[in-house]
Design a protein around this ligand. Sequence first.
Ligand code: BGC
Length: 323
Amino acid sequence: MRKVNILYLLLSIGICSSFGMAVLYLSKSLANVISINNEEIIPSYDYHFVLIGQEIDNPYFQTIFEGAQAAANEKNIYIEYMGPRQTNIEEHIKMIEMATAAKVDGILTQGLTNREFKPAIDYAVNRGVPVITYDTDLDESKRLAYIGTNNYEAGYEMGMELIKDTDGQAHVGIITGFLYSNNLVLRVQGFLDAIEEAPNVKVVAIESSNISSSQAADKAHQMLRKYPEITVFFGTSALDGLGISQAINKINPASPILVYAFDDLEETLELIKNDKIQATVQQNQYEMGYKGVVLLYDAINGVQIPSTFYTPTKILRKNDLEE
Ligand code: BGC
């Protein structure tokens, strides 16, 4: 019992000190930017915002950061971009907590899941750190506003496109980034509601890719083995379409299976040009970052901001790319 207690104590000290170091780093990071050779100079930034992305190197989030950085430059804001290397809810939450403890001037984050994200967002807001959700909303939290796609509508629209292309006859496999993340749940729900209109469009399986293209490829591969009747795939997040077409290509490069995807990553557009992906939902991720920073800035400066700000989406097909 005693041994267990000591171990527990040591572990707690370890966790607390690494958290403390991280907070110290965060709160110092602004100071580092404004001091040269330890000489006191007038602070060069008016605010310090933190943007947390679900995966730091994912090109989708890099574009959001580019937008956020552009707005931050215009408004004299220091923006710190961080995120887990690979999607990880625990790490993501820790980053919100660290930014809160460092009392930054504002946080931009997704609200991926209710159970984990609501307490972290509410805690930040209660401590006076305003939070805006982008990409994935959590409207039951105390976030000031949401900026991003109307995910239900986007999923619905994709369902309608599929009905049109298949004359209402299809066996569909869905690969979704996460089974539980709020935005993807809405996309799938919108899609399922749309295909209710077509009784001969049937979903045979839904699997998660953990927003990784290689896992999307594995899942698509397994699905095709298990359900050879699949005629259509719907990939709900940025890397799913890429993984799905990799799997199809491996099994049969001349396969007539149709693929519907999300986002406009370069590889996705290439696959559309080569008829490997039929259509994709283009989100406006740059605007999410840009306008997210502007909304946060406005709110801090007493401007009334809308609680929901939908960024437009567009269905992209081969002919759109040729124009
Ligand atoms: C979604 C993000 C997700 C990303 C994964 C995008 O379509 O909007 O929530 O993290 O795909 O690559």
